[in-house]
Design a protein around this ligand. Structure first.
Ligand code: NAD
Ligand code: 89Y
Length: 335
């Protein structure tokens, strides 16, 4: 049976949600909502569905199977709590919440109604990361991970609000990187972090370097900069090195993966296909939206558990807030 969805928030990134939803089998977005009527109308005309400006009214009337929230973080708690009353699955874009209190309330609101909550953490669904995860069994016990997301791409052209965000790199992409670190290496027990404001034209700290100790004893080094000078610019690739007791896996620029073990190295191409609506340099992210949504369909059909769930992403939020605390105080934070 067709799963009916409502999208809330018709801004820059939501176009990727809509283009990807229209390519998922067995899914139909029946309504789009934005407080800006012109944006809702433009999406409704482009994608052939109803337009609305009042999420409560639209959800009450359309009674969708799922709600996809693609607004910025300030509206997430109210919208997740609203959606929990009207659908059986809710997707919330990252950053999930601004505070642990908000995040916990969102998880509780969904749990109280037996509603599945997932967070649109698409970076773990990028093809190079999927392929690295799939081969982790070949390198033995994971001991060390390095993730590096460094670029000088003008992210402010599409997302001008980012220029005003205080803890910019940690809240915008740090969350993605911490989600990947937890996904690959498990829970984190201690974090220390140094943050920097590199670009004088933005208000917040647009670079950081964090050191994580995992419950397993493994260590991760996670770095991010939005003001690096690199040619060609690698945006939006995350480069990685994962070392296990019996081998290593590298994610290199240009979507190359390398597996080292037993004195030999194997290298292959993990470049994602560019979706029909996609374009450089975004196609890595756009293909991951397709992969994440295919996973959501599997969750709706009872074939998979949400990855990540709201409850899991609350732990990532706690890690990110602890990293902000560490950067402020200069001290490591236990979780
Ligand atoms: P945007 O400002 O372009 O769009 C947000 C839209 O939400 C706006 O049109 C706004 O009017 C609407 N809105 C706000 N509150 C609303 C409400 N209560 N009801 C209905 N509509 C409401 O923002 P964006 O750049 O599209 O980013 C949206 C989210 O996506 C952000 O949280 C951002 O961090 C995230 N994002 C994720 C990725 C990724 O790869 N996962 C990439 C870019 C952006
Ligand atoms: O908002 C960010 C994200 O989630 O991925 C890249 C981005 O669009 C800009 O840093």
């Amino acid at each position: 049976m067709t799963k009916r969805g409502v999208l809330i928030g018709c801004g820059f990134f939501a176009r990727n949600h809509m283009e990807a939803w229209r390519r998922q089998d067995g899914v139909r977005i029946v309504g789009v909502c934005d407080t800006d009527p012109a944006k809702a109308a433009a999406f409704a005309a482009a994608y052939g569905c109803e337009a609305g400006t009042d999420a409560g009214e639209m959800l009450g009337r359309l009674r969708p199977d799922f709600v996809d929230i693609a607004t910025t973080v300030g509206s997430h708690r109210a919208l997740v709590e609203l959606a929990a009353a009207h659908a059986r699955l809710v997707i919330c874009q990252k950053p999930f919440a601004e505070t642990l209190e908000d995040g916990a309330a969102m998880v509780a609101a969904c749990a109280a109604r037996d509603v599945t909550l997932t967070v649109h953490e698409n970076f773990r669904w990028q093809r190079p990361i999927r392929e690295m995860k799939a081969r982790m069994g070949l390198v033995g016990r994971p001991r060390f991970l390095r993730l590096a997301f460094r670029h000088g791409y003008d992210i402010y052209a599409n997302q001008p609000y980012l220029a005003a965000v205080e803890n910019l790199a940690l809240t915008d992409v740090g969350l993605h990187l911490f989600d990947m670190a937890r996904y690959l290496m498990g829970d984190v027990v201690r974090v220390s972090c140094e943050a920097q404001r590199r670009n004088p034209a933005v208000a917040g700290e647009d670079a950081f370097c964090a050191l994580l100790r995992h419950a397993s004893g493994a260590v991760s080094s996670v770095e991010c900069s939005f003001h690096s000078t690199l040619a060609p610019d690698p945006f939006p690739q995350t480069l990685a090195l994962l070392e296990g007791d019996a081998g290593s896996i590298e994610v290199l620029e240009g979507y190359r993966l390398r597996l080292h073990r037993g004195g030999a190295v194997e290298e292959w191409d993990a470049e994602p296909g560019c979706p029909a609506w996609g374009a450089k340099p975004w196609y890595l992210i756009q293909e991951s939206v397709m992969a994440f949504q295919a996973h959501v369909v599997a969750v709706l059909e009872g074939r998979a558990e949400p990855a990540p769930s709201g409850a899991d992403n609350l732990e990532t939020l706690a890690l990110m807030l602890a990293a902000i605390g560490s950067a402020r105080t200069g001290k490591a934070v236990e979780l």
